[in-house]
Design a binder for this molecule. Structure first.
Ligand code: C5P
Length: 238
């Protein structure tokens, strides 16, 4: 497999075409950003840890019947993925109050929710990824109503599976963000990444934060926190 042209560069990843139809080459960068790019840093080892953790979680999800764009891990910071048309909606799933939910509705961070919440955000950097509802999604033609039903069902199923995985390693899954894409045959596939950059993960006993809040809130070493997650998931660095 050959890496060819750079197709897209985001805040944390670069995407290249390959010599194989429908297969892309994804590179994880060491950059960390928060607050829609206002806070930035380069953190050595971060891209590698996110690549390892995402690969491991996508493989675990696949074993439970959840298909994703993930094909294989190529190296410490690279993956092959299937080409999908990304649906410009960030799907956020919440089990416990934290982050913007605490600010928006005035509940205390750490309070378990009566039931899981699924939220839609418009994936648009210039607008700062605003929270949107199903009417906004329809007006903007971001997804069809039947696709939203699939996104919500898949997000809740992924939440059940991941909550169980993380519980087994003494980690609470507080909330996380998913992205989905449309495959050539119209199927909806999980895409992007699932890592401590996109999840809130707290140690079940101490409630220590093991996710990007360490960077957002200057709580210590981000790579130590991410390495803890990777090691507990059974990962071994190559
Ligand atoms: O900031 P907020 O509380 O809305 O984030 C909810 C969850 O979604 C967190 O786990 C956060 O890391 C993730 N998220 C993300 N990318 C965004 C916004 C939120 O991964 N652009």
């Amino acid at each position: 497999m050959e890496k060819r042209q750079l197709l897209y560069e985001g805040k944390a990843k670069r995407l290249y075409s390959t010599n194989e139809e429908g297969i892309l080459w994804l590179e994880y960068k060491d950059s960390a950003t928060a607050f829609n790019g206002e806070k930035k840093a380069s953190i050595e080892g971060k891209g590698q840890l996110n690549n390892h953790i995402t690969s491991l979680l996508f493989e675990k999800l696949k074993a439970e019947g959840i298909d994703s764009h993930f094909v294989q891990k190529l190296s410490d910071h690279e993956q092959l993925v299937r080409h999908v048309e990304i649906i410009p909606i960030e799907v956020v799933v919440r089990n416990v109050v934290a982050g913007t939910l605490a600010k928006r509705i005035g509940l205390e961070e750490g309070q378990p929710l009566k039931h899981t919440i699924v939220e839609w955000y418009y994936k648009d950097d210039e607008l700062g990824d605003p929270l949107i509802n199903e009417d906004h999604i329809s007006i903007l033609s971001l997804a069809k109503p039947e696709e939203l039903t699939v996104l919500k069902e898949k997000a809740l199923e992924i939440n059940s599976i991941l909550t169980r995985f993380f519980n087994e390693i003494g980690v609470d899954l507080i909330d996380f963000k998913l992205e989905f894409g449309r495959g050539k045959d119209g199927s909806i596939l999980l895409a992007d990444e699932i890592s401590p950059d996109t999840c809130r993960l707290w140690d079940s006993k101490t409630k220590e934060k093991l996710d990007k809040d360490v960077f957002r809130r200057d709580l210590g070493s981000l790579t130590d926190a991410y390495q803890t997650v990777f090691t507990r998931l059974g990962g071994v660095s190559s």
